[in-house]
Ligand binder design. Structure first.
Ligand code: ADP
Length: 319
């Protein structure tokens, strides 16, 4: 089983990781723990990470990817692992995808613990109090000021992974506001569903082979009834359309009532048309009259002009 736990600081990733490790016999890989160990040991990685971690920022991608790449190759991780605090950015998630692919490994699920932000400060304060009570050294980044920076880093850089993994159908979102026990039970419930689905998927190729053989036999056997069925269907279709055809034919001969209705409608139309016709006719007559009047006037004018010219001629002759 290979899992990722996703959620803001104080969501309960560390607590749930411990329980899941026992349940599935896998190794916990917490980049936060690894980096804290590197800081304590004063390794080159620790020296690089120290101040960044104290300020609530994120250690460079190449540093954490390098740590994880080495760690998942160790023999104890062969049975599976649970990543807590990694990946924290989209480039880290892409690097993890490449690492797993190169090694022929598959991620089983990404469990997102969703919590109300208002509850986170209280949870971290409670964690600090418990650690102090046990006499443990308190994390230097577990103060209200640094916590708000860690939260801001989560929102800006880590939350996009919710989308990243839901797009790849790997995301399982769990309500992290329930009690620790309830959250554990819920995670186990969704994970056992995944395990069952994976078992089914593994068995699927064998079943598919058996099924394809069986389906070939079934297909040959089924061909004859299919042909018969087609013929029956054709007949049934013909029987269905017959009444329709008859109805169409009958409708072509109009009934008396329909004839009456048609007459009425026709007379209404003629009345309307009649009105229009009269207007048209009047316009025609008027036009004709106008044309006639025009030509008469022209003729008269011509006549007048002719007689005038005659008179002029006559008069000029006399002179
Ligand atoms: P948290 O309780 O905030 O989830 P962690 O213990 O996982 O804290 O990590 C503590 C700090 O270690 C982070 O604030 C960050 O500075 C650094 N760190 C841990 N994991 C990563 C990572 N994958 N990428 C970058 N920085 C990391």
């Amino acid at each position: 089983m290979r899992l990722i736990l996703l959620g803001p600081p104080g969501a309960g990733k560390g607590t749930q990781a411990k329980l899941l490790v026992e349940r599935y016999g896998i190794v916990p890989l917490s980049t936060g723990d690894m980096l804290r160990a590197a800081v304590a040991a004063g390794t080159p990685v620790g020296l690089k990470a120290k101040d960044i971690m104290a300020g609530g920022g994120l250690v460079p991608d190449e540093v954490v990817v390098g740590i994880i790449a080495d760690r998942i190759l160790e023999p104890d991780a062969a049975q599976g692992f649970i990543l807590d605090g990694f990946p924290r950015t989209v480039p880290q998630a892409e690097a993890l995808d490449r690492l797993l692919k190169e090694r022929g490994l598959k991620l089983d699920a990404v469990v997102e613990l969703r919590v109300n932000e208002s509850a986170l400060l209280q949870r971290v304060e409670a964690r600090v109090a418990q650690m102090e009570a046990r006499g443990e050294t308190v994390r230097i980044d577990d103060t209200p000021e640094v916590l708000s920076k860690r939260l801001a880093a989560y929102r800006a850089q880590t939350e996009p992974l919710v989308h990243y993994y839901s797009e790849r159908r790997a995301l399982l979102t769990i309500d992290g506001m329930m009690t620790i026990d309830e959250v554990t039970k819920e995670i186990e419930r969704v994970l056992s569903a995944i395990v069952a689905a994976e078992k089914r998927a593994k068995a699927a190729p064998r079943k598919a082979r058996e099924l394809s053989k069986a389906s070939k036999v079934a297909k040959t056997a089924a061909k004859a009834p299919v042909k018969a069925d087609k013929a029956v269907k054709k007949q049934a279709a013909a029987a269905k359309t017959a009444p329709k055809k008859a109805a169409k034919k009958a409708s072509k001969k109009p009934s008396k009532a329909a004839a009456k209705g048609a007459k009425k409608a026709a007379s209404r139309n003629t009345a309307k048309k009649g009105g229009k016709k009269a207007v048209k006719k009047a316009a025609k007559v008027a036009n004709k009259a106008a044309r006639k009047a025009g030509s008469t006037a022209k003729k008269a004018a011509k006549k007048h002009a002719k007689s005038r010219s005659k008179t002029v001629k006559r008069l000029t002759k006399r002179r």
